[in-house]
Write a protein that binds this ligand. Structure first.
Ligand SMILES: [Zn+2]
Ligand SMILES: [Zn+2]
Length: 215
């Protein structure tokens, strides 16, 4: 996937009213409309006091004899002004995109992709980071997280245990897989978790070093 996401940071001002243009989802293309706008999003002035919108009613009434007006519009990455015909003042107001949410989703997606890539070399580099990114990201794909569990065992690094124990897994079957991996790592490192305080201690300890409880 290589969408052009520069619209996420683009700020545009309406030259007619100096108001901020709203980033809206482009309307679906109907057969016969040709290629449409060629963009997923449109920047539209949704200011009801914008002169383009206020004067549009009269202009369209005189020219075409029907009840509609215009909204000022620009395509992302372009300064060229266009006019969208609208039948009422609510048109497009329900299509405004929450760019903060989209941006966060995109950043998460980019992080996931980098982590999947990073897993390929994580064992050679003894790098737990990409594996942990995927295990702690509930939105990452199941496939990526499952292969992260296998890398977790290969890495055999007890530093993974605390953050995994502190994470709330939504999928209990997956949480069980992670727990089994933790058990395998503890065993391979001759360690155990104290059943009283959950601190990691030596497998052969008779008394916990942390909470002093007998085992
Ligand atoms: Zn305007
Ligand atoms: Zn203890």
């Amino acid at each position: 996937m290589s969408y052009n996401l520069s619209f996420l940071d683009e700020e545009k001002i309406c030259p007619k009213c100096q108001g901020k243009l709203s980033c809206c989802e482009a309307p679906p293309i109907h057969v016969g409309d040709g290629l449409g706008w060629g963009s997923e999003v449109l920047f539209i002035c949704l200011n009801d006091a914008c002169p383009t919108f206020l004067n549009g009613w009269d202009q369209i009434e005189k020219r075409y004899g029907h009840h509609a007006s215009y909204r000022y519009m620009e395509l992302p990455g372009s300064k060229e002004g266009n006019f969208m015909m609208v039948g009422n003042s609510d048109a497009f107001k329900g299509c405004v995109i929450d760019r903060e949410i989209l941006k966060a989703q995109n950043e998460r997606f980019v992080r996931e992709k980098a982590a999947v890539e990073g897993m390929k070399t994580c064992v050679a580099e003894k790098n737990l980071a990409p594996v942990m990114t995927l295990l702690l990201d509930e939105a990452a794909t199941t496939d990526a997280r499952k292969s992260a569990v296998t890398y977790l065992i290969k890495l055999n690094d007890t530093a993974c245990i605390d953050p995994l124990r502190n994470h709330k897994f939504r999928d209990t079957a997956f949480e069980h897989e992670v727990n089994l991996a933790i058990q395998a790592i503890l065993k391979a490192n001759f360690k155990q978790e104290c059943p009283h305080c959950l601190e990691i201690i030596k497998a052969q300890a008779k008394k916990c070093l942390h909470c002093k409880e007998n085992l």
